[in-house]
Design a protein around this ligand. Structure first.
Ligand code: C5P
Length: 228
């Protein structure tokens, strides 16, 4: 497992201070809509300056026509980030177009597909996708695997079934982790690190349990020790 810290604080200064407190660890940093829209490319560069070995996951969940997605994917590759994501519902042509475009890059970022947003309840999800979350997430994962993506964003509780339906090496990145059973906040189905390890999660994404802790550095240290 490789830890991915969600940089979800309200300002660039606070996110960078968190990153600075974790600079001795070669971990993943998740940069989402809020931070990227507000702070852009200079923010990515500032993170790399703090620790050039930080890996960056740009969580922008691309969804558009295939050519526009491939154009965006290429710009993301030029930013030098290590991983980004698209919506699986953009479909197989979009997936192949993105992967074809990135194939010219010697060191391309990993590409993951979002299966089902965890904020959906099953009834609303069915209204839109006409299938239950578990069934559709697995179908989206197979589509992503068959069209050359590296993995999916999914719930910890879908990780094992997705790997069984695709491959053990097909990556799963899972939010909703409460490493040692901390407060779930607005997350519906949370998993501890032990459960994530059992379910074969490759990247546990952890936000609040780290940045709301009185000592984020000590918390990360404890998480990394547990993950070993
Ligand atoms: O604070 P917490 O650990 O719940 O943060 C989880 C992170 O993962 C947040 O950045 C959230 O936006 C993100 N995320 C999620 N569920 C998804 C996709 C992303 O919680 N399905």
């Amino acid at each position: 497992m490789e830890l991915c810290v969600a940089l979800d604080l309200p300002s660039a200064e606070e996110n960078l201070a968190l990153a600075r407190s974790l600079k001795t660890y070669n971990i993943w940093m998740k940069v989402g809509f809020r931070a990227y829209i507000r702070d852009g490319k200079p923010f990515i560069e500032a993170l790399k300056q703090i620790n050039p070995d930080f890996k960056i996951f740009l969580d922008l969940k691309l969804y558009d026509i295939p050519n526009t997605m491939a154009d965006a994917a290429e710009e993301i590759a030029k930013l030098g980030v290590d991983m980004f994501n698209i919506h699986a519902s953009a479909g197989p042509v979009a997936m192949r177009t993105v992967m074809d475009r990135l194939s010219t890059y010697e060191k391309r970022p990993l590409v993951l597909a979002v299966t089902a947003l965890t904020s959906f309840d099953d009834a609303t999800f069915r209204m839109i996708y006409e299938k239950g979350i578990d069934e559709k997430a697995e179908q989206f994962a197979k589509m992503s695997y068959e069209n050359g993506l590296d993995g999916v964003v999914c719930s910890t509780f879908e990780s094992r079934a997705i790997k069984e339906a695709t491959s053990d090496s097909f990556l799963t990145l899972c939010p909703g982790i409460r490493p040692f059973g901390e407060d779930a906040g607005d997350q519906q189905r949370v998993a501890t690190l032990d459960i994530a390890a059992k379910e074969g999660v490759d990247f546990p994404v952890i936000g609040r349990p780290i940045y709301k802790d009185a000592d984020p550095q000590a918390k990360v240290e404890k998480i990394l020790t547990t993950m070993k």
